[in-house]
Design a protein around this ligand. Structure first.
Ligand code: DC
Length: 231
């Protein structure tokens, strides 16, 4: 069977990454979390004093952009891919609220997007990839054979992120998370470069009231349909 490209876009915290990861695992495709790449750039900025007092020194970031190398490696124990920044495992550090609160402005910078989109396109050259993000179906892989745009209500998404952080033992306040979700939705949809937008040919998936099993079944059906169309 010919391999296809699968683009999964949508709002933050609507389970895109989990769904994309599981789908990739089930069909034997590579999974790339493009949001993790923007998060890793944000962590680099914090560690290198490019962000201070919530302000981004864009000139300094531009000077350093080619020093930021992001890769993914499978954790053999958990079976899950983890994010590496310049050879260091940063998977846990990029998921904190500190990073979540700074990542949207970093991802709105044009030269950051240009650099990461080029890396993402390179990763997807051989197809057989599931990539999730905000602009995968519109900018990174406009010719993807299967495009899905995922959404759920802000309250449901905030609750999911709250549960996730709590499970990891991180202190989190639901109201703070909800305002972070709403603020990120706004920045993601209104930035000048590659705003979050459903591609015209993307399938809409509102998973507010779907069980994990229902969603999984739907995704596999769409995958098989897209493969048949491609044959
Ligand atoms: O999916 P996430 O919450 O880990 O993404 C983190 C941030 O990165 C989010 O605020 C939007 C941004 N992002 C983006 O602009 N383009 C992508 N392809 C992926 C993420």
């Amino acid at each position: 069977m010919k391999k296809i490209t699968i683009a999964i876009d949508g709002f933050s915290s609507c389970g895109k990454s989990t769904m994309a990861k599981e789908l990739a695992h089930q069909i034997g495709y590579i999974y790339i979390d493009s949001g993790a790449m923007y998060r890793a750039v944000t962590l680099y900025c914090i560690e290198n004093n490019i962000i201070h007092d919530g302000k981004i020194d864009t000139d300094k970031l531009k000077e350093h952009i080619n020093d930021i190398h992001i890769s993914f490696k499978l954790n053999e124990q958990t079976g899950k891919p983890e994010t590496y920044l310049n050879g260091k495992n940063v998977e846990d550090r990029i998921r904190t609220m500190e990073i979540s609160s700074m990542v949207s402005p970093v991802s709105a910078i044009d030269f950051v997007r240009t650099a990461l989109v080029a890396q993402q396109q390179e990763m997807g050259k051989a197809k057989g990839i599931v990539m999730d993000g905000r602009d995968i179906g519109t900018t990174v892989f406009p010719d993807a054979e299967l495009k899905i745009f995922v959404t759920a209500t802000p309250e449901i998404r905030a609750q999911r992120r709250y549960n996730e952080l709590h499970e990891k033992g991180e202190n989190a306040d639901y109201e703070d998370i909800l305002s972070n979700v709403i603020e990120r939705d706004y920045i993601d949809q209104n930035r000048k470069v590659s705003p979050l937008k459903k591609a015209d040919d993307a399938l809409l998936l509102d998973n507010s009231n779907l069980t994990h099993e229902q969603q999984n079944k739907w995704l596999l059906e769409q995958f098989h349909r897209a493969c048949e169309t491609k044959e």
